[in-house]
Design a binder for this molecule. Structure first.
Ligand SMILES: [Zn+2]
Length: 215
């Protein structure tokens, strides 16, 4: 049972997943990545001074142990998972040995991606809400031919949603915060990339950065 708080934080971090052709396909939690490594379904891709190295679970564990006792390293630069039996460095990128599907070509239109695009902010009253208090709104109502698309749907709080009802924003006396567009990059991924610890993902993102699933 892992109780160390820093380890729990580390386990909830994110790992970029590559398919067997080294194309980015997903972002998953560290917890799940460790399971995939342990079950020998994936390997770690480590970037060290611009060079890419592949490690299976055992060799990654071995390298982690060497690093953990290396006094020349600044240990604050690394994240660790510590259990009574082992100490392992958190991987940032893994590659699935047998997964050969290629990334999707279009960003999935769903609540999570839509809310992330709008920063969980009601596009009418500009306030930020927890997910449970958010809904989405068809700017031009569906009953009047409005499409379910990136350009016609926005994040909206429950209050504004009921105020607007089956009307256009003008009719309801509401004003859109900004004109919605289709995101150029996966909004959930953009948030991750603001964190320097995921900087190392960039060289693998390429075109799939726009469309991949982020959990
Ligand atoms: Zn609102």
């Amino acid at each position: 049972m892992i109780k160390d708080r820093r380890t729990i934080t580390a386990l909830n971090g994110s790992v970029l997943v590559l398919n067997r052709f080294y194309m980015a396909v997903h972002v998953i939690s560290v917890r799940r990545a460790i399971v995939l490594l342990y079950r020998e379904l994936a390997e770690v891709i480590d970037v060290d001074q611009g060079r890419y190295m592949n490690y299976d679970f055992d060799s990654w564990l071995e390298l982690s142990q060497l690093k953990s006792i290396d006094e020349t390293l600044n240990h604050d630069d690394y994240e660790w998972i510590r259990s009574p039996n082992f100490e392992i460095e958190v991987p940032r990128i893994i590659r699935l040995y047998r997964y050969d599907k290629v990334p999707r070509l279009t960003l999935r239109f769903n609540r999570r991606n839509l809310f992330a695009r709008d920063n969980n902010q009601c596009q009418y009253c500009h306030k930020t809400f927890p997910l449970s208090q958010l809904s989405f709104d068809h700017i031009m109502p569906r009953s009047r031919g409005g499409k379910t698309s990136w350009e016609n749907v926005v994040c909206c709080c429950l209050k504004c949603n009921s105020k607007k009802g089956d009307r256009t924003p003008e009719e309801a006396g509401l004003k859109l915060f900004r004109t919605p567009t289709k995101p150029k990059q996966n909004p959930l991924l953009s948030v991750k990339l603001d964190n320097p610890k995921y900087e190392v993902w960039r060289s693998f993102l390429g075109n799939s950065s726009m469309t991949m699933e982020v959990v």
